[in-house]
Design a protein. Sequence first.
Length: 153
Amino acid sequence: MTQRGDWPFLLTLGPYGEKRIFARAVYRLHLQRALQAGLIAGTMIALTTWFDERLAFGPALVAGWACGLFLTGASCLPTLAFLVPRFNRPATIAVLNIGAMLLGMQFATTLVMQTGLWWRWLLTPGSLLFALLCFFLIPPRLAAQDWPIEPPR
């Protein structure tokens, strides 16, 4: 999302037709990669929790995958910088990324693994709804921005 130097060439050489369709394809790819990373991280969280004997295997797997799906939604937080052109800077995106991945994931993992909190399962659907909302809001804003037309280095 921050390395957009070769996007004009991909847009003109690909079967997209217009910037909005290309931006939606890029965002879809972002969400697919986030889902893949989330399921891998969730499986690792589940195995760690199970090996630590904090939860049985089944509940640990469900909780781990819930954390992984939360990671998928949290990966959309840095893209909020595209909504406000003033915040569309690499440093702002990096701060949002660090906040989403480190602080958000640590917070979610801690809450989901607490078996006494009934509302902990609302974190994952809320995160996925946030990702769905971003999927419809961000690509049109991203397509409306200027992309540098210069050859990749």
